[in-house]
Design a protein. Structure first.
Length: 337
């Protein structure tokens, strides 16, 4: 019965693989005027991108690239800022540095207006993720102890206990860390310790993936732990059974419903992201690449003059974000669409 149920859930979650009907073109997203580097952190299905533009020294600014309006510096508190995630409504979350030199969790509304996400008694805080309902997960330091936090769409804060809330699902579950443990909080705030290990990825079902010692693992919401192999590093997982990462310096994809896995490319390669259409994005050598559900590889075009391209995100409609690195030490956020 359990096998039949899992198969039925998997079938219901599968999205037709239409994400790459046409070849992807590369776009150099550039930096803010005068800045030297930029990174793309997250992309939504409308093609709006959140990231950071870096100046000289440690200067950094949260930015948003709107599909047709280019780069925009997001409001701050007069000092540095950082953006780490964006939702379908183009709400961006991250932090802004205060006059006291502390990080303050913030969100930027679609208009670009900054909203501080406060926690009573906190000396610093960071927002790491936002779901499509506007619920935000992150952490706040209170009396020297990091506390995982969930902010609702109006900014109301709920403390979940010691830890860092790195991912929030559409249903309000949170996946993160507490000390050396990988942990999960359900929608009622009840915490479950999954393992002593390293968290590398999570999906919308609150399944998580990472490592325990030198072994790759996946922690399912139903309480099972799936071994992915010695030396495996699983970086991302879809909602319908695909987990991707690297094994023996090769891009690798596991079918965790079917209990199988196979390399996607020869060494050196790595798979960084997977969506629910089964499209995988990663690197082969110094080039960015994608693989479709059948495993067919496509090397993505590079930015002129770049020596290496890395992948940092993949949307459900198949747009890929990453970074192009140049020989002079600078780097630019890029998108393939």
């Amino acid at each position: 019965m359990r096998i039949a149920l899992v198969a039925a859930v998997a079938a219901a979650l599968i999205i037709p693989a239409t994400a790459q009907a046409a070849a992807l073109a590369v776009e150099d997203l550039g930096t803010l005027p005068g800045d030297l580097r930029s990174t793309a952190a997250d992309i939504n299905d409308s093609g709006t991108i959140a990231g950071v533009s870096y100046g000289s020294g440690t200067s950094q600014h949260a930015v948003r690239w709107d599909r047709f309006d280019g780069i925009r510096k997001l409001a701050d508190l007069g000092f540095d800022s950082w953006a780490g995630a964006i939702n379908s409504n183009s709400v961006v979350v991250g932090y802004a540095v205060t006059s006291a030199g502390q990080t303050q969790a913030v969100k930027w509304n679609p208009s670009g207006a900054l909203v501080q996400l406060t926690v009573a008694g906190a000396t610093s805080s960071v927002a790491y993720d936002v779901n499509d309902s506007g619920t935000v997960s992150g952490t706040a330091t209170i009396n020297g102890v990091p506390q995982a936090v969930l902010w609702d769409s109006t900014g109301g804060a709920t403390l979940l206990g010691a830890g860092i809330g790195l991912h929030v699902t559409g249903a309000g579950w949170v996946v993160g860390t507490s000390g050396s443990d990988v942990v999960r909080w359900n929608a009622s705030g009840v915490r479950t310790v999954l393992d002593s290990g390293t968290l590398l990825g999570a999906n919308q079902l609150a399944d998580a993936t990472g490592t325990v010692g030198s072994n790759g693992v996946q922690w399912s919401r139903n309480g099972t732990k799936i071994a992915l192999g010695s030396g495996a590093r699983p970086y991302d997982l879809s909602d319908n059974g695909w987990t991707v990462g690297e094994l023996s310096s090769q891009a690798y994809r596991w079918d965790t419903f079917g209990g199988t896995g196979a390399p996607l490319a020869a060494s050196p390669s790595s798979a960084a992201e997977v969506n629910n259409s089964g499209v995988v994005a990663g690197t082969v050598g110094t080039s960015a690449a994608t693989w479709d559900m059948s495993g067919t590889q496509t090397l993505l075009p590079g930015v002129s003059g770049a020596t290496r391209h890395n992948v940092s995100g993949l949307s459900e409609v198949g747009q890929v974000i990453g970074v192009a690195n140049f020989s002079n030490g600078t780097s630019h956020a890029v998108v393939w669409r």
